[in-house]
Each structure stands twice: as structure tokens, then as C-alpha cells.
Write a protein that binds this ligand. Sequence first.
Ligand code: ATP
Length: 303
Amino acid sequence: MSSSVTVAAPAKINLQLGVGAARADGFHTLATVYQAIGLYDEVTVTPAESTTLTVVGEGVDVSDVPTDSTNLALRAAALLASRAGVDDAGVSMTIHKRIPVAGGLAGGSTDAAAALVACDALWGTRTSQQDLLSLAAELGSDVPFCLVGHTAGGSGRGELVHAVEDAGSYWWVVALSDRGLSTPAVYAEFDRRHAGTQVAEPEVSADLLAALATGDTVRLGAALTNDLEAPALTLRPALADLLELGGRPPSLGALLSGSGPTCLFLAADEGDARKIRDVLRAAGTAALVAPGPVPGAHVVSSL
Ligand code: ATP
């Protein structure tokens, strides 16, 4: 048994987010391609008498992150403990947050995936990848992908993850907003726009898959799409100017990340990514550069 385990939890982006009709359970059918990028939270667990959570913001506002049992990372630890029959399941958990909260980058989901990996290692429960994936799916639609990372397809409500061939490595510019956007509010606006119409079944674009299979960055830039972009722009019109500014050359493509408000720009290389980042910063927008794809939640230190 370890005395402390730290897991890196990468942010996720959607290269395509195809959204279908709301299902009877309220979730929307998705056809998506995920990618994990090199922007990380870190989740550390150590054994303790009773469970506690500390959230430390590193350049991000963490005032909206709950530190009680509703935090998704603590729910993940509790779920694993109950399924694996762990008796002494108290943990002192610390999350170092660099992923903006409510930013459309799955920060809470990736913390939950990291908590599963960290507690599995701490308790020596040796849970199979298959079982971790099904626990992850119970916790949230994006959590299974956050376990596997790299580039992957997602169907169902996003929780059914499948392999996608990706021969490339990419540089992204991540433009942050100082206020989050509520995912349920963006889906509600999507529903309002489609009220009374038949929403087509979403499908992943063949062009996007071909671009990934060959690692063709220019083709990938042209194939990026997000069905939540229009509803998010209705709720936050200023994002249109941000997408336009960051999308100017040398950017190869621009899109909203998940349900927003984070915006993403694809660059040909790290140098171009820095140029786009600097243009955004000069206009007063916080922006950073991140590579992708990267592995999913993984142990970085075990003492
Ligand atoms: P999603 O698209 O999955 O909603 P997001 O990146 O837009 O993801 P998150 O950063 O996951 O949003 O935060 C959404 C809300 O989840 C927060 O406002 C917060 O109240 C709650 N939450 C619960 N646990 C966490 C966590 N570990 N980190 C961040 N937020 C959390």
C-alpha cells in the first residue's frame, strides 16, 4: 500500500461535437471525437482517518468547486471504495487545478478519472480497465474518455469510447474566459433552437477521421465542428469576436471547446501557436499553448 499517490488529469477537447435529439433520460445523443491535451489538474491522495478535500487554484478561480461529497472526484473515490469493498477508505485528497472551471474542458470529469486511478493505486484494489471504465460511465459522460485519453471517438451520451486512428501530433491555443458557461444552459439553448424540428442523428465526419488517420493538420483544421457553438454564442455573443480574432492566419481552424466558453485554435506548429496566443493576449484574453494528444489520467508519483 502506498502512502501518497499523485495522478495527472488532462483536459479534454472535442474535435467534433455532433449533438442529436434529447433522449428520454434527458441526455443528448452525441457523435464526438475527443482529444486529451497537455493542460493538467493534479490529484493527490493519502490515507486518512476521515475523507477531506482541498482544492488549490493555480491561475484559475476555484470558488465554484465544491469541497464536500458532491465533488465529482470524491464521488469517484467513494464509488470505487464501495464497489471494491475497501474498509479503510478515508483519504485526504488535494486537487491542484489548472483547468478552468466550467470551461468546457471537462475539468471535473478528468479529476474524477484521476481519483479512480489514484485510489485504485493507493488501496491496491487492482481494478481492471474494463471495470474502471464502467465506474467512470456512472460518474459522467466524459469520465471514461478522461481515463483513456489520446484521441478517441465517443457515442451514446459520450460515455461509449472507441479507438480512432490518429497519426498526428498537434498544437492548440486555448483561449480562456474569466466566467464559466453552464453546460445545462447551453444544451437548453440547443433544445430551444431545435424545438418542433426533427434533429438529425449525429455522425462523425469522414473528413475529420481521414485528417486524423494521416495526421494532416490543415485538413483537420477545416474539419473541426461543434454543434454547441451556435447556442453558446447566443448566450455569450462576445465569443464570436474571440473566435474571429484567434481564427485569423496562421490559425488553421477555430472552434468552441465542448459547451464553452473556452475557444480553441489549431496551429501548424508550436511557433505558430505562440504567435496566435500572443495576438489573443495583446487583445486582453488569457490564452495558453498545449500539445495534443496526450495519455489519459496517469500516475506521476507514488510514494
Ligand atoms: P462539463 O462539460 O463536463 O460540464 P466543464 O469543463 O464545462 O465540464 P467543470 O470544470 O467540470 O465544467 O465544472 C462544472 C461544475 O462541476 C462546476 O461548476 C462545479 O460546481 C462542479 N464540480 C464538481 N466537481 C468538480 C471538480 N472536481 N472540479 C471542477 N468542478 C467540479
